[in-house]
Design a binder for this molecule. Structure first.
Ligand code: R5P
Length: 289
C-alpha cells in the first residue's frame, strides 16, 4: 500500500504515512495559466493506495482527485482510499428553494464512484445520521476529534467551561465534557444570512468565567464571534475557541480578534497557524483496523 499526498497538505500527509509505516509519495500538480490542472502520479503504483488531501477550497481539488483516481485506475490500482479530514459539500443537504443542487448527495455519489473507501473527521451531517447515506457506494469511516480535543483541554492549566454555540455542537461538547468532567452549556443560534447570526446564551452566570467555545467548523467566524461578544457582555473573563475545521474564509481571523477571543485552537484537518491538534494518529488507527 502507498500513501499519496499533495503539496497543500504535505506535512499532514507525511505524518500520516509515518504513523502507518508507509513511504510518502506526492501527486505533482501543475496549474496552467488558464487555471486547468495537470496531475502526475508516480509511475509505479501498488494495488492499493491512499490519497490524503483535505477538501477545503474544494473545487480544483475535486477535479484533481478525479484526474488522479482515473490515472491510478489506468495503472491497475484496485482499491483507493480517500483520507479527507475535512469533507466538502456536506452542508447543503436539502434544496431550500426549487432548483438548488443538493450538493451533499451529488458530491457524495461522485466520491463513492471514485473511491472504495472514504475517511473523514467530524463531517457536517445535519439531517442524516451517518456518512454512508451521503456516500452510498463506498465504505465510509467518520471519525471524531472529540477525544483528541479532550486530551488537549485536559492539559490546559485552568479548567474552562465548555460552550457550544448551537444545538448541533452539543454532540461534540457533550463528548468532551464526558471525557474531561468539564462543565458545559449550549447556546441557541439563529442564522439570518452567511455573515449574520444571532446567539442566545443560556440563563446562567458567566461572570469571571474562563470559557472555551467548541464547534466543528469556523467558516466566516460569525457564530463564534457573536458567542464571544455575548459572553463578554455577560462578564466572562476569558474566551477561547477550539474548532475541528478552521475553514477561516477571508476576514474570519480579524472577526475573531475583534470579538476578543484570546486563543484560537484547531485540529490540523485544514492547514492553519491555529493548528494545535494533529489528527494523524486517529486517522492511522482507523486505516489499520
Ligand atoms: C453550523 O451548524 C456549524 O456547526 C458552524 O457553527 C457553522 O458552520 C459556523 O459557520 P460560521 O463560522 O460561518 O458562522
Amino acid at each position: 500500500m502507498q500513501l499519496l499526498g499533495f503539496k497543500d497538505y504535505q506535512q499532514q500527509g507525511k505524518r500520516l504515512a509515518k504513523e502507518l509505516g508507509l513511504e510518502y509519495y506526492e501527486v505533482a500538480i501543475h496549474h496552467f495559466p488558464d487555471g486547468e490542472s495537470k496531475v502526475t502520479l508516480p509511475n509505479r503504483l501498488d494495488n492499493e493506495i491512499i490519497f490524503c488531501r483535505s477538501l477545503d477550497h474544494p473545487n480544483d481539488k475535486l477535479i484533481e482527485l478525479f484526474l488522479a483516481s482515473e490515472v491510478a485506475r489506468q495503472q491497475g490500482v484496485k482499491h483507493i482510499t480517500l483520507v479527507a479530514p475535512y469533507l466538502c459539500y456536506m452542508r447543503q443537504d436539502i434544496a431550500f428553494n426549487p432548483g438548488e443542487a443538493i450538493s451533499q448527495k451529488i458530491i457524495g455519489q461522485w466520491l463513492g464512484q471514485l473511491f472504495e473507501r472514504v475517511i473523514t473527521v467530524d463531517p457536517h451531517l445535519h439531517r442524516i445520521d451517518n456518512l454512508n447515506q451521503a456516500i452510498p457506494n463506498a465504505e465510509t469511516i467518520s471519525l471524531s476529534a472529540a477525544n483528541l480535543m479532550s486530551e488537549f483541554l485536559a492539559n490546559r492549566p485552568n479548567p474552562p467551561m465548555l460552550l457550544g454555540p448551537d444545538s448541533e455542537s452539543e454532540q461534540w461538547v457533550m463528548k468532551i465534557a464526558e471525557h474531561t468532567g468539564l462543565e458545559w452549556e449550549i447556546a441557541g443560534k439563529q442564522r439570518h444570512g452567511d455573515r449574520n447570526v444571532e446567539i442566545m446564551l443560556p440563563e446562567i452566570d458567566f461572570k469571571d468565567r474562563l470559557i472555551v467555545i467548541v464547534d466543528d467548523v469556523a467558516s466566516t467566524g460569525r457564530t463564534i464571534a457573536q458567542t464571544a461578544k455575548a459572553l463578554h457582555q455577560r462578564g466572562a473573563q476569558t474566551v477561547n475557541c477550539l474548532v475541528t475545521h478552521p475553514l477561516f474564509a477571508d476576514d474570519t481571523e480579524q472577526v475573531l480578534t475583534n470579538a476578543c477571543i484570546n486563543h484560537i485552537w484547531s485540529t490540523d484537518s485544514i492547514v492553519h497557524h491555529s493548528n494545535v491538534i494533529q489528527l494523524a494518529p486517529l486517522l492511522a488507527k482507523a486505516i489499520k483496523q
